[in-house]
Design a protein around this ligand. Sequence first.
Ligand code: AMP
Ligand code: FE
Ligand code: FE
Ligand code: ZN
Length: 285
Amino acid sequence: MAFQFVDLHSHSTASDGTFAPAAVARFAHEAGLAGFALTDHDTIAGLAEAAAESARLGLAFLPGIEISAVPPIENGTLHILGYGIDPQNTVLTEMARQLIEARDNRNPQIISRLQELGIDITMDEPLAQAQGGVLGRPHIAALLVKKGVVKSIKQAFDEYLGQGGKAYYDKERLAPRDAISRIRRAKGLPVLAHPIQLRTTNEAQLETVLKDLVDLGLAGIEVIHSDHTPADVEKYAALATRYNLLKTGGSDFHGSNKKDINLGYANGRRIPKEWMDELVRRTQS
Ligand code: AMP
Ligand code: FE
Ligand code: FE
Ligand code: ZN
């Protein structure tokens, strides 16, 4: 049997991706993948649709979520993926509600600041851009491109929305301990997303951060990701082995909100189906 591949990190219109959950499933099928996971930010709203379409296509599907937590390193980012979570679990639904409330507190601050900077924008525009999905900065970025304020989503983040940008506002985040324990209580496996984005400055610091997360109940590490170089992939794979962590990988597909990323490919790398099989086995045991 030929090698089979999967993609364990993707976003739909339920959060800041630009394709509906069913469309993401169809892309996975067309890309020849054996399976995929939908990991929208702070929501499970897309999971039922993605699961139904995957079943129709004969594609393996793993429900997921991606949670932002307080970063251990200033200027860094800490995202925790939760795989195999039970969408009915009230710990999970309550966490999602709380995280969306944190966004609802932050987003109007960004829009007010953009107005102060002389940009013609009102809160109903990003809401329309998000089409009822969880509203994130990529929606605001896409709107700034549409308005001609910036030329690209990247420029929108560099100049306005990213850390150090003119309209940067942080949102209230969960402590890593809470993000991990809540995913566990919702029957999910917590996995450190794109460790490169932690912005650790040396190996020892990375290992300290990882060890702390493992002590809190981390089950895996995203070894392959679009932001990872081949050297990064090797480094994270070695850490996975050392700390007995599950290895995962994904593209972080966002549709046209991240134009250079195609489903199934992470900086040219593909993710072996065995990694998904192992996750599924561990989820069920
Ligand atoms: P939010 O969750 O609303 O704070 O927005 C964070 C999301 O914005 C991330 O999950 C990415 O999808 C996206 N993002 C963050 N930084 C950048 C960047 N420099 N360029 C493009 N997208 C970005
Ligand atoms: Fe995103
Ligand atoms: Fe992320
Ligand atoms: Zn993501």
